[in-house]
Design a protein around this ligand. Sequence first.
Ligand code: DAU
Length: 357
Amino acid sequence: MKAIILCAGKGTRLRPLTHTSAKHLIPVMNKPVLLYSIEKIKQAGITDIGLIVSPDNKESFQNVFGDGIDFGVRLEYIVQKDPKGLAHAVLCAKEYIGDDDFLMYLGDNLIKEDLDTFIKSFKDSKADATILLAPVENPSRFGVAKMKGNNIIAVVEKPKNPPSNLAIIGVYIFSKAIFEGIANIKPSWRNELEITDAIDYLINNNFIVNGHIIYSWWKDTGMPDDIIEANRRLLEDLADSNILGNIAENSLTQGKIVIGKGTNILDSVIRGPVIIGENCTITYAYIGPFTSIGDNVDIKNAEVENSIIMENSKIINLSRKVDSSLIGKNVFIKEIEGKPKSLKIVLGDHSQLTLKD
Ligand code: DAU
């Protein structure tokens, strides 16, 4: 069985970060979101993976993942020219998939659950589709399934009046019957070929569609707050400290901490769970729980907590704590002493700056 991971799409809710990179490459606990999906799929024994990418973001994926060999998988890049919907993305991968059953994974989703039981439940059944579901409090944000026993008897995309609280969380297994479904649907109100409509076709044409419900944590990382939460959840599970860098004697460390090679911590307090990349300098600083700091970051005379600071950024002399923030690459934040006390800002399009007294 092959897998496809869908990584085209615009990522508008994560601008400005997605102006320069795909949302799937945003680091969570210092690893791109997409790497977690690749690892889950590989762990389930699937090593042939087609990445559905857009013409704009293909190169950024290739730069990180190459042909996949370093990650123990074989990656094929399949370009979807325009993000015309999830079903359209599947159609772009038709030749790659061939006639076999396949796993489809939405590349911006993180799940904790291993995929083995899910794949086994598909293989043990006579189903043409098995869909991973989870109960949620806000089903209107998702595709929603109505079940009878193990069978899904209806699916609807982002309904105003959800028929249940079971959200489609972005992992599916299909037989080639899904291509018949896709051939028989029309673009939706948002002008996309919806995979939910193709699944609905299967249900209404006597194919068997099953649901597989999970109760463990998962996240659609579509918004900045989702990314911060995902980072927090993954850091919560940090197994052990691993300190390769140098912590000077006048610093204090508490809890589980990972510190990369070449990083220097001086006169600072680091309270885990925290991960700090390679070649960073942390001086007169407080790094609080649930913070991930990428490589080559410089933090001096500042406090950071529950945040993601990406590579090559600098945070210098801040009188306010940086909290619950998502800071991109090569960002420079510095407070200057003296009068007038003012803000001097260069922010790109779609940036967000929230100041609290
Ligand atoms: O997060 C789960 C939800 O994902 C499901 O409950 C919905 O049924 C499903 O339609 C999907 O909804 P979203 O609105 O969250 O989908 P989004 O546009 O964020 O796209 C999901 C992934 O698929 C993302 O990694 C981008 C990629 N994609 C999206 C489109 C529209 C493509 O590769 N091609 C596309 O044409």
